[in-house]
Design a protein around this ligand. Sequence first.
Ligand code: ADP
Ligand code: MG
Length: 414
Amino acid sequence: MYIDASRAQAAALRKLGRAVILAIESSCDETAAAVIRDGREILSNVVSTQIPLHARYGGVVPEIASRAHVEAVNAVVDVALEGAGMTFGDIDAIAVTHGPGLVGALLVGVSTAKALAFALDKPLIPTHHIDAHISANYLAHAQLEPPFVCLVVSGGHTHIVQTAEYGVYRLLGQTLDDAAGEAFDKAARVLGLPYPGGPALDELAELGDPTALRLPRPKTENPYDFSFSGLKTAFIQLMRGSAPPPRTKRDEVPHPVMRGSAPPPRTKRDEVPHTVMRDSAPPPRTKRDEVPHTVKRKGLLDGIRPEDAAASFREAVCETLVDKLIRAAHFVRASNGGMAVPIALAGGVAANRRLRALLAREASREGMTIYMPPLSLCTDNAAMVGAAAFYRMMRGDIADMSLNAEPTLPLPIG
Ligand code: ADP
Ligand code: MG
């Protein structure tokens, strides 16, 4: 029987405390596969992005996503194995994201992983997408171990969790409406930026003045919850109420992000050196910044520069995220008998330059240790799935052939 053989193998691997895992991720718009050793070492990490397919629609189209996953998944798995210099015979277990995500997209990864696990007679490890995002930190920071506090910010999720042990979480706060990435994407759309808006808005914001627009800082009853819909609506109303900015000398400075019709390729962001972690200062003020910002005066909205709007919105979101995360870390310290725990960042929005810089600055001010994944492990990938899956298997958690896609799978709470 498949399940008996796979249980026996999983038990043997647990005893050894070692495993080479082939991981598959297809929850949204990236088809990804990776080979991970012992939950910490990346042997290969392959991501095939569907961004160009969805860009013309301004968002992910589920049917297109499912079809593109089907077309890509076998090749992506082959390239991941090749990159690790391995064959299927070298793999100890197969891991897959089975939720949360788009059901049709998840099903492609889940069926592929089930077929491989059954054919190879290897354990099948089900993985939660948020657990995977958080586990990206284990790949980059050998010294990081639970307990720690983590802010997970992606296109679909905004959570502050306390990681009690590997893969077991306590929820401290979450968004009551829009996720942080969703808010970035919607604000970017209003600015005419291409999908996915978050990275494009981040890039544009580097050129702007974060104090140009007065935007609300959202408040919630639970201090660790988030609510971005009021901020988003305030921003959209402000922008929609404004006529196109008059042409001035300042406008002749080209806005490369605004003009480009294609989204910035994924790899470009990944090539950006990780100076953002060290460079916590805001972008240097230039001559352009010295021009008075008429938008500060009520009723004079015509003069809003897109880069100032982007910078102001980014500042409001990032300040809110960092403020709540630092407060949550204080709360955990207090409930931990005064013992500090490290802070970690995870999810696609963790690639945001201002968020990384602000958090680095505030954490150092508070004497807190922080961990952030490298940019390439922030957005969806399968390496993080392999990391989470390793610890899951070490807890004895494996699946049988009844494993299904779970679009609303809740976070494992302990
Ligand atoms: P999912 O929600 O499917 O897990 P990801 O974890 O891949 O998605 O995160 C994608 C989200 O992250 C998108 O909303 C995207 O706009 C956002 N994002 C990516 N890079 C940045 C950035 N530099 N600044 C702000 N948002 C970003
Ligand atoms: Mg994600």
